[in-house]
Ligand binder design. Structure first.
Ligand SMILES: [Zn+2]
Length: 315
């Protein structure tokens, strides 16, 4: 990997509870934010390989949209075990959103990393999912990665939240019935940006969309042969879906970019009913219910930042 920078975030978890409560109240009718013990994430609906999202928390952004657009750069392939070592946390539990490992799959896909990486004491456990377009009918096809593949790859771009996977205190966020315009993650991110201003803070974790439906996208299996140069081009290339609850989401977000060409928020979701993809927003504001568990990140790592960049394809 070409290059790495590290930023230390201020750790002020408890202070964020009141901030988030107030900010979410502008966008949802019913909001409850509190500090709780992390529920056992090995249980349904999460079924993660670890119990929690606590201990030595970090956010890592690897690669970026410029490696996918306007045209794909097929040299940009990564390995999550190596990324865990790069962020000085071998054995890390990593979740988040990225592009699937085309180098193994042979096609492009959405990736939902959920992986306990390898350490001296333990072999890796890959609970990741990928979603691709079903060539038969154009629908979404969600599969557990380890059912057919045994590597720990990802590609092009990834927004990752890493921790020791320990139980511990987390921020629980319950939000029901959306009456504002922002999606759940954007609302939290903008709330933190308003409060912390130029000092970036970051969070990651998981939330469940318990009721309602959401707009998602899945990338085509083939990378675009002609350059995609605008949001409009990208939206014509992507496949959009409306997916139904319950969906388990893997959010990673940073309040403000300290100058590393960050994708400030990125959330992928999976389910146990065959649907999964990139989360945009719910389409059923009157009945939607979100239940999330978040951990503040102590560090931000920027790995293999693209030298040439642009601003489209970030939605
Ligand atoms: Zn995505």
């Amino acid at each position: 990997m070409n290059q790495k920078v590290t930023v230390q975030f201020p750790a002020r978890a408890h202070a964020r509870v009141a901030v988030l409560q107030k900010g979410l109240k502008d966008n949802f009718a019913d909001v409850q934010v509190s500090v709780v013990d992390c529920p056992d994430l090995t249980k349904e609906p999460f079924t993660f390989p670890v119990k929690g999202i606590c201990g030595k928390t970090r956010i890592a952004e690897v690669g970026g949209v410029p490696y996918l657009l306007p045209l794909v750069n097929k040299k940009k392939v990564y390995d999550l075990n190596k990324i865990a070592k790069e962020i000085k946390l071998p054995g890390a539990f990593i979740l988040g959103a990225g592009a699937g490992p085309f180098q193994s799959l042979g096609f492009n896909s959405e990736f939902m990393p959920v992986i306990q990486t390898e350490s001296e004491h333990k072999p890796p456990v890959n609970g990741s999912y990928f979603a691709c377009i079903n060539p038969e009918d154009g629908g979404c096809l969600l599969e557990k990665y380890s059912e057919k593949y045994h590597d720990h790859g990802c590609a092009l771009l990834a927004n990752l939240f890493a921790s020791e996977g320990q139980p511990g205190k987390v921020i629980e966020v319950k939000a029901k019935r959306r009456n504002g315009k922002l999606n759940f993650v954007t609302c939290m991110r903008q709330t933190l940006e308003k409060h912390y201003g130029d000092k970036p803070v970051g969070m990651g974790g998981t939330f469940v969309i318990q009721k309602g439906k959401v707009k998602t996208h899945v990338m085509p299996r083939e990378f675009s042969p002609c350059p995609l140069n605008s949001d409009e081009d990208v939206n014509n290339w992507l496949h959009f879906y409306e997916m139904k609850a319950p969906l388990i989401c893997l959010p990673v977000f940073v309040s403000k970019d300290p100058g590393f060409d960050l994708r400030l928020e990125h959330t992928h979701c999976f389910s146990h009913h065959g649907e999964g993809g990139h989360y945009h927003h719910d389409t059923t504001p009157d009945i939607v219910e979100y239940l999330g568990y978040f951990s503040p990140a102590e560090f931000l790592y920027r790995i293999d930042q693209p030298k040439e960049t642009h601003s489209f394809g970030r939605d």
